[in-house]
Ligand binder design. Structure first.
Ligand code: AKG
Ligand code: FE2
Length: 418
C-alpha cells in the first residue's frame, strides 16, 4: 500500500473520474483487484485463474441490488439507520444477491455485469461492514481465465460466512481508504443520458386471470369485471371511513407530498396486513410480489371533486413511498361502487372513458421496465356528480428499500380482516 497515499489525493481531485480511478488495480492489492478485465464490452472477464473464495474486486455496495427471486431490492446500505444488513431482518430463507435482471449497472466499475438468468453464477457480492461502502465480489467456485463473472444466488447463511471471511481478511487495508471511498460514494456521478427508447418493454401481468379483458392495446389496458365481490367493496369502504383525509400529491420540486388543487378527493391508506385476500388477488393478477405493491388507497369523490389529468409514473429516480430508484410499472385500481353520473376514468390521449362499475378492476402501465414514462396513459378521474369510491394501488419495479416507509407504521383501520 505504499502508493495508496498519493493516489488518495489524485482521486479526490478528480471526482468526475471516479470510474476510471477505481478501476485502477494498483489502488488495491494485486491479490484481489487485477483479475477482472473491466473494459470488456460483454461484462467483466476474469483475467487469470481464480480459486473459489478469492476476492475478484471491490464494488460500491449502493450499486448492488439485493433481491429475492427475480425482483431486485435496491437497498441503500450507506444509510446509518439501515446499516448493516437490514435485509437480513427479512425472514425469507432464499435471500440471494443478484443484479437487476435487465438493467446495466452504473457502478464505479463502470461496466455491465450480466444477469445470471440461468443461475450458473460463479461469484457473489458480499457486503463488508468494515469497508463500507464497498462490498467484495467473491468467487463462489473456481473460475477459469477468460470466463465472465456471473452472480450467484446464495443463501443468507453462505452470504454471512463469505462476508465474515472476506471482511476479516481485508478490513485493515481497505479501512485506510474509507473516508475517501465514502466521499466518492456520495459524489454525484452524472449518469449517461437515456437514449430514446421504444416503449415496448412492459411488465407482464397474469394473462390467464379469470375474465381478464383487454380494452386497449398499445398501450395495453385491461379490465376484470367483478374482480372484487360486492361484499369486499362494501367492507373496504367501511374500513376506509376511519382513515379518510384530503388527498395529497407529490411535489416534484420539493419531493414533499402536499395538498394539491389537481386532486380534490379524499382518501384513506389501507394497511396491507388488514386486507390479505385483496393483496392476494392483486399480486395474482399483477404477477408480482406483495412487497412490490405500494400503499393501498381508497379514494372517495364527492360531487364536484376530481383528479385532473396526470400520469401515474414519476420521472427520474425516485424515493417515493420508500421505493428507491424505482418506478411504477403498473397501476391497479378497482371501483367500489356503481356510479351512474360523472366520475368516469378518462384516458385523455386514447379517447377511452371507463364508467365505474362496482368490483371492476382496471390495469394499465404508466412506465415500462426501463422506467420510461408512457405519456399515452395520461388519465383523469372525471368530475364526480354521484359519489364515487375507488381502491387504487401501484406496482413498483423493485421491492421497498427505505424501511422508514414500512407499513407497520400505518395506523390500523379496525379489526375487519378482508
Ligand atoms: O379516480 C379515478 O378514476 C382514477 C384515479 C387515479 O387516476 C389515481 O388515483 O391515480
Ligand atoms: Fe392515476
Amino acid at each position: 500500500f505504499a502508493t495508496v497515499a498519493s493516489q488518495k489525493q489524485a482521486i479526490l481531485q478528480n471526482l468526475n473520474g471516479i470510474v476510471t480511478q477505481l478501476q485502477n488495480p494498483s489502488l488495491y492489492s494485486t491479490e484481489w483487484a487485477n483479475r477482472i478485465d473491466i473494459n470488456n464490452d460483454n461484462g467483466p472477464i476474469v483475467s487469470c485463474d481464480v480459486k473459489a473464495g478469492d476476492v475478484l474486486t471491490l464494488y460500491p455496495i449502493d450499486r448492488v441490488e439485493f433481491g429475492i427471486h427475480e425482483c431486485g431490492r435496491c437497498v441503500d446500505l450507506l444509510h446509518p439507520e439501515r446499516f448493516p444488513y437490514p435485509h437480513l431482518r427479512n425472514e425469507k430463507q432464499d435471500l440471494c444477491i443478484l443484479s437487476d435482471n435487465d438493467s446495466i449497472r452504473q457502478g464505479w466499475l463502470g461496466n455491465k455485469i450480466p444477469m445470471d438468468r440461468e443461475n450458473k453464477g460463479n461469484c457473489a457480492f458480499v457486503p463488508l461492514p468494515s469497508i463500507a461502502p464497498l462490498c467484495a465480489i467473491v468467487a463462489t467456485r473456481d473460475i477459469a481465465q477468460g470466463e465472465s463473472i456471473q452472480e450467484t444466488k446464495i443463501g443468507r447463511k453462505k452470504t454471512l460466512e463469505l462476508a465474515m471471511t472476506v471482511g476479516k481478511l481485508y478490513a485493515n487495508e481497505i479501512g485506510d481508504l474509507l473516508p475517501y471511498l465514502n466521499e466518492m460514494a456520495y459524489a454525484n456521478i452524472p449518469l449517461p443520458k437515456k437514449s430514446v427508447k421504444l416503449l415496448d418493454n412492459f411488465h407482464k401481468i397474469n394473462k390467464s386471470y379469470p375474465e381478464l379483458r383487454q380494452i386497449h392495446s398499445n398501450p395495453d389496458i385491461y379490465t376484470i369485471p367483478n374482480f372484487l365481490s360486492d361484499e369486499e367493496c362494501d367492507r373496504l369502504i367501511e374500513k376506509s371511513r376511519q382513515g379518510i383525509q384530503p388527498c395529497l400529491v407529490k411535489n416534484e420540486q420539493t419531493g414533499e407530498v402536499e395538498l394539491d388543487p389537481s386532486r380534490t378527493s379524499t382518501n384513506a391508506n389501507i394497511p396491507k396486513r388488514e386486507v390479505p385476500s385483496i393483496i392476494e388477488k392483486i399480486t395474482d393478477l399483477a404477477n408480482c410480489d406483495a412487497e412490490q405493491v405500494e400503499i393501498l388507497q381508497v379514494l372517495n369523490y364527492q360531487k364536484g371533486q376530481e383528479f385532473k389529468p396526470h400520469t401515474d409514473g414519476f420521472e427520474r429516480a425516485t424515493s417515493a413511498c420508500g421505493f428507491l430508484d424505482s418506478g411504477r410499472i403498473a397501476t391497479v385500481f378497482t371501483y367500489l361502487n356503481d356510479v351512474d353520473n360523472g366520475g368516469k376514468t378518462i384516458f385523455t390521449k386514447l379517447g377511452l372513458d371507463i364508467k365505474p362499475e362496482k368490483g371492476m378492476c382496471v390495469v394499465h402501465f404508466p412506465m415500462n421496465l426501463d422506467m420510461l414514462e408512457d405519456e399515452r396513459t395520461e388519465h383523469q378521474g372525471g368530475v364526480a356528480i354521484d359519489e364515487k369510491w375507488i381502491l387504487t394501488t401501484w406496482i413498483w419495479k423493485h421491492f421497498k428499500g427505505d424501511f422508514r416507509y414500512d407499513e407497520e407504521f400505518l395506523p390500523s383501520l379496525g379489526d375487519d380482516l378482508i
